[in-house]
Design a protein around this ligand. Sequence first.
Ligand code: FE
Ligand code: FE
Ligand code: ZN
Length: 277
Amino acid sequence: MINIGCHLSVAKGFANMAREAISIDATTFQFFTRNPRGGKAKAIDEADITAFRSLAKEAGIEVILAHAPYTINPASPVDKTADFAFTALSEDLARMENTPGQLYNMHPGSAVGQSVDEAVERIAGMLNRVLRPEHSTTFLLETMAGKGTEVGRTFEELAAIIERIELSEKVGVCLDTCHVWDAGYDIVGNLDGVLEEFDRIIGLSRLKAVHLNDSKNPLGARKDRHAPIGEGCIGFKALSAVTCHPLLRKLPFYLETPHDTLDGYADEIARLKAASE
Ligand code: FE
Ligand code: FE
Ligand code: ZN
């Protein structure tokens, strides 16, 4: 059985997300730690966390994935921007201890005017400031499409960041199928080859989660426009093959496909589960 879920809204709390996950037959979910456009995180509600824990246990939800807001740029050379990233990440990691041992995912950042090497140094520097030995969270860097000056389009860039992190045993990677496809990794024609490359450059032991998305654009487009599963250039067969791959099938999978209601996710989860049996 594959461990699959989707992105849910945190607005009504953790217990509500667990109920929504259960209603669509999901065994995991992703959520933004705060409004993705930035802003303050809601205060943690103890009763909500307690209710969440019992629902999660009952439903077999073991791992959940928090996503940092899009507005932070940990690569920024501008003090004010870097300070905002530092504050948001530090607060988020402290709050993550309410649900210990979970995953936290971040877009590495954008170079904006700097070389990739400079941006890599800044990102690693930021992580060396925010990661603490007492944190139980695994911190993930997401593979990026390479839109604009995004860092993390290549496995080499992610490896260069990880290499510079002191507490690197706490750091892993979240592979986004739409992003790697847009970045030029052919997961349709040569999934084994892409995984071999990942293993050689980053190490497959670092791979902790997969964002399962189709792409509106062809291989290497560097656009980052997600499509529903089976309605894009990657296609149902290739995405199902990702969930069934012997090196990946134990990982948690997260749909970030465009749907207005939970029904769209329920349908994708049912089809992907059926194909994985
Ligand atoms: Fe993301
Ligand atoms: Fe993603
Ligand atoms: Zn994306």
